[in-house]
Design a protein around this ligand. Structure first.
Ligand code: FES
Length: 126
């Protein structure tokens, strides 16, 4: 079962990248992120009104849109399997967390969000 308490991002650190990417600081760094995010327990983030599902799987942070492409259920209420797929809690559709690809259905793929960590913090690109 995912973490149902969303993290709302209050502090915004903008670092515009190219045409449309905005890097939003959500943690002070990887250490804080690993304290806040339990491995394989999806965490919902609300970043600039976008609902995002953040997962720490096999030591890697991965972020996808929170709304399932089948019928919009919150994927952060779902679970993560051993191969790094998120499983929707409603009809059990599976999506690859790295690529967003729908694994066993004709549903659309999920949008993915890049993560970067540097000396200034832990950022998500939206
Ligand atoms: S809403 Fe996600 S599988 Fe149906």
């Amino acid at each position: 079962m995912g973490n149902l308490n969303p993290i709302k991002v209050e502090i915004i650190n903008r670092d515009t990248n190219g045409i449309r990417m905005e890097w939003i600081k959500i943690f002070t760094g990887e250490e804080e992120a690993k304290k806040r995010i339990v491995p394989d327990v999806p965490q919902r983030l609300i970043v600039h009104g976008k609902h995002i599902c953040l997962v720490l799987h096999a030591g890697q942070f991965l972020a996808v849109q929170d709304a399932c492409t089948h019928n919009s259920e919150s994927l952060s209420k779902g679970r993560v399997n051993y191969v790094g797929e998120i499983i929707c809690p409603w009809h059990n559709y599976r999506f690859d967390l790295k690529t967003g690809r729908a694994c066993d259905s004709s549903s659309a793929d999920l949008m993915t969000y890049p993560i970067k960590v540097n000396a200034e913090g832990f950022f998500i690109g939206i």
